[in-house]
Design a protein around this ligand. Structure first.
Ligand SMILES: [Mg+2]
Length: 192
């Protein structure tokens, strides 16, 4: 846990900060080799709803930024994804949480899309839609290195959600802190 401890002091968000959240593998369970195309296949990860409730009392704005190339591949439609998101938000609200806006990128991985993580189009869109957002006072939490690159390109603090400590060792310069799940991160914030 040396890397973890080393960076603790530099991680100092306060209640004026904003949170950018990846979705698959962070809020909900990933489907191996498939996309979450409908509500029946959407499963909140243990503790993620409680974590979002805690975040809602801490962060100024909370955004989800999610790559959804299943749309670009024709495996689901934007309407289906948006319907799924409405159902997800209903549950989050019922559990006392809040997401201020969801950004998704439908583009294919090889499209070169500036909107697709690790490119920063979704962060720029959030800043345009919500004036006053400062990336230096924002946190990106995700389960992939592309999320960490997205965060670092914009100057955010980065949280890797992973039970695997290898990425944190291999990509130390991209990752400020690692937690096994969102709830561990939320509980850590409560100590701040
Ligand atoms: Mg993910």
């Amino acid at each position: 846990m040396k890397g973890h401890k080393k960076r603790l002091d530099s991680f100092s968000p306060d209640r004026s900060w904003n949170l950018f959240l990846d979705r698959d593998g962070v809020v909900n369970r990933k489907l191996p080799g498939d996309y979450v195309k409908d509500w029946e296949h959407f499963e909140f990860l243990p503790g993620s709803l409680e974590a979002i409730r805690i975040f809602s009392g801490f962060f100024r704005k909370i955004f989800i930024v999610t790559n959804q190339q299943g749309i670009g591949k024709g495996l689901m439609t934007a309407e289906q994804l948006e319907a799924l998101h409405r159902q997800m938000l209903t549950v989050i609200h019922d559990q006392g949480g809040r997401i201020d806006q969801i950004y998704y990128c439908p583009d294919l991985e090889d499209s070169g899309s500036l909107y697709r993580k690790p490119n920063i189009g979704m962060a720029l869109a959030a800043r345009k839609d919500h004036p006053g957002i400062r990336f230096r006072e924002s946190v990106m939490a995700g389960d992939s290195i592309s999320d960490m690159i997205f965060g670092k390109k914009t100057g955010m603090q980065t949280i890797l959600i992973s039970t695997d400590r290898l990425p944190a060792l291999k990509h130390a310069s991209l990752i400020d802190l690692t937690f096994p799940d969102l709830l561990h991160f939320a509980r850590f914030l409560m100590t701040k």
